[in-house]
Design a protein around this ligand. Sequence first.
Ligand code: UDX
Length: 446
Amino acid sequence: NAVTHRLTVIGTGYLGATHAACMADLGFEVLGLDVDAARIARLAGGDLPFYEPGLPELLRKGLASGRLRFTTSYAEAAEFGDVHFVCVGTPQKAGEYAADMSYVDAAIDALAPLLARPALVVGKSTVPVGTAERLAARLARLAPAGDGAVLAWNPEFLREGFACHDTLHPDRIVVGLPGDAAAAAGAEAALREVYAPMLAGGTPFITADYPTSELVKVSANAFLATKISFINAMAEVCEAAHADVTKLSEALSHDDRIGGKFLGPGLGFGGGCLPKDIRAFMARAGELGADQALTFLREVDEINIRRRIRMVDIARTLLGGSFIGRTVGVLGAAFKPESDDVRDSPALDVAATIHAQGGKVTVYDPQAMANARRAQPSLSFGESALDAARGAHVVLLLTEWAEFREMAPGGLAAAVAERNIVDGRNALDPEVWRAAGWTYRALGRP
Ligand code: UDX
């Protein structure tokens, strides 16, 4: 890469580690920073602390090239970089809807006083609207470079499981710029250079003011969550009317205006983004006096949670009304396939609820076992799908990993005590399972 920019990436979670490795792959010199020394040691050794397809290879390639390095030192980062990407987390605050901004604030407070020469700080974390304006003022006040320290906001839309692809081939690049025209022009030029390979490929580059750029991210996630809850609300109606939501969804998807993506009915959304982002969005709208505009998101959240309750009810009904003394095999713990993330996982939530209601639950997931054990230590865990299903009175498919989708009913039949299966992701073919002697139940289907 002809450009001389040296980049730092502050925060090395799913977002930051991916961004750092992808930018090094594009040819930049990249320094990743995290306050977690153990995490930095693992990354520096080429060991990715979470599951993300393709990322371990990019990480090791970056390390081997010498272009990707890691540190825990803000002084080193400030000295090294002229563009600093802030990728720290903004989790939901305990006991309330709002986002916890302490990691973002701490990153700015640690970096800013060390910025002696002009630098661009680029926020990528998902934040409540108004954050960039606040941070820009803080940056200008704390940085010895003063107005030379400029803030831009550049939301990230990557999906876990496709993080490298989404980073290197984004649908669009959105950049929130400061009001000062000269500062905005400098920031835009620098980011156009950083993202030149994507722009050459035709990726739309959209500049906006700070609050608009912040809102693009949260409104995109609110729309996606709404689309999923819409089809899951239809699933509730289908259940009452003995209709089939999978056929309904398929038929709707052929209308270009609706489209088939994020119209998959099932156990609903989870993970580290959609649930907390819609809640933080509602909290922020409330602070701005616009809460009425987002009251529908409360409904979106509730529809989503009701799917989990319905799943438990279907399983309990299949077992004659109680889980006590019954064995339940759970397939899936991650919030979605191709991820080891169990944050707000519908699958793990259902497993824990059944355990709390007296069921003997054994969980298996192809990648999320370590995280699942940590999150729900009182559950039992199997070594394989077959192992989790051993002696089960009912098997629940809760995360649609390919190995579960492709499972043959005959193989599982040998392990279980009773041939009951509940398909929480509408991932199996009911006819195949029923023909093999199973009682097959699903969400939103007769
Ligand atoms: C999401 C957004 O897609 C991404 O743009 C943003 O940057 C972060 O949040 P991610 O959390 O990785 O990404 O997962 P995603 O693939 O969007 O899935 C979210 C949840 O929705 C999963 O639990 C998934 O199982 C569920 N889902 C998705 C459905 O229930 N039905 C669908 O049709 C699609």
